[in-house]
Write a protein that binds this ligand. Structure first.
Ligand code: ATP
Ligand code: MG
Length: 352
């Protein structure tokens, strides 16, 4: 029997399915604290997942099933997050009204807000309750995801006997992970640098806003190294990660890193400028980077010099309990930045 004061809430298993790898995280909550129970990742075959769309459900399903088995995770309730072209997030200002009326309004005016046929999307919204005295309007956060793309994930999970009870959006999951670790922080831009995209979200007091996808990522470095040096993908990836010594290729690789990273930084700067132009009273305080690409040697420093804001790498486990006998602290610190979305999913309780 669980006594109430040490009751453990049933959380879901966070599964972040990226284009490069799948990442799984399981946490346990007791009272106000989270403990990291297990985490791991596995590479996905090229093209199995692309732009947030699941192209090879069978292979991805098998990889997830094996990873869960390897991690000895028994909990079947899982959560995943949508990203890419098939999901749209918008903040809209509406007259203050009841939830039911908000829903009716969104359904009848959907074409105004989302670029898809209303019958082809799952819609969700949250009243941010920003209306203050003297103002009739409130901000509502609207999320729409294409049914066929979501359904492909749901089917895949079903086929491996998992129950997806939470479908989230990348940026929200990331925001949740950040808010848990830094509850006081506001006006922070979260920048997830993955293999195939850079996703930016700004955390204001109430929620994440300004989601922006830049369709480049660390994979581009591998492609360029492969192309310029005329070598295969695996060797290019090993050179990029520094697993294989660069030798006489060092200068060419550095040149690729420099030119690509500077291009990304230009894109990030454009997004920051756009944000500042639209939110003059809420200037950014810092940039938090995560995702595998945030590990690129020298990138954080280069970014910091270019944007004139502090840049920090995010470790979602910094405020959680960890057991060094179960999970190697060095591994935990190393994979933290790319586990941010999985961790943000794993702090959610099962909604059914
Ligand atoms: N030290 C490093 N230097 C350069 N790149 C790195 C390093 N560590 C990891 N990466 C790159 O980060 C990418 C993987 O990051 P991540 O796991 O965040 O991507 P993903 O979530 O699978 O992709 P996406 O979100 O773009 O679909 C790979 O391209 C990998 O080569
Ligand atoms: Mg990712």
């Amino acid at each position: 029997m669980n006594l109430p004061f040490c009751a453990k809430e049933k959380l879901i298993v966070g599964i972040d399915i990226g284009s490069h790898s799948v990442k799984i995280c399981q946490l346990q909550r007791s009272n106000d604290e989270y403990e990291v129970l297990s985490l791991g990742s596995n590479l996905l075959p090229e093209g199995a997942v692309d732009d947030g769309t699941l192209h090879d459900p069978e292979q991805v399903g098998n990889i997830i099933k094996n990873l869960l088995k390897h991690l000895k995770i028994k909990n079947r309730k899982v959560g995943f997050a949508m990203s890419g072209f098939s999901v749209v997030v918008k903040k809209i200002a509406l007259p203050h009204m009841d939830e039911e009326l908000i829903k009716d309004h969104i359904l009848s005016e959907a074409e105004q807000y989302i670029p898809f046929d209303i019958n082809e999307v799952y819609l969700d919204f949250q009243d941010l309750k920003t209306n203050r005295e003297g103002s009739e309007r409130t901000d509502v956060l609207l999320a729409a995801a294409k049914k066929d793309v979501v359904d492909a994930y749901l089917e895949m999970f079903k086929s491996i006997n998992l129950f997806p009870t939470v479908v989230d959006v990348d940026g929200f999951a990331l925001g949740n992970a950040y808010k848990y670790n830094h509850p006081e922080s506001s006006n922070v831009a979260l920048v997830d640098i993955g293999a195939s995209k850079i996703n930016m979200n700004v955390m204001l007091d109430e929620a994440a806003t300004m989601a922006r996808d830049i369709v480049v990522g660390s994979r581009e470095l591998t492609d360029q190294i492969q192309y310029e040096l005329d070598i295969d993908f695996e060797e290019a990836e090993a050179l990029k990660l520094g697993i294989q010594p660069a030798g006489d290729k060092q200068a060419a690789i550095e040149e690729i890193f420099n030119s690509r990273c500077n291009q990304w930084i230009e894109e990030i700067k454009t997004a920051i400028d756009l944000y500042h132009a639209n939110n003059r009273r809420e200037p950014l305080s810092k940039l938090i980077i995560c995702g595998g690409g945030s590990n690129i040697t020298g990138f954080a420093e280069l970014l910091e010099q270019s944007i004139d804001l502090p840049v920090e790498q995010f470790n979602p486990f910094s405020n959680m309990i960890t057991n060094p006998r179960k999970i190697d602290p060095e591994y935990l610190a190393q994979v933290g930045p790319e586990m941010a979305i999985a961790a943000g999913l794993a702090i959610r309780t099962s909604e059914i």
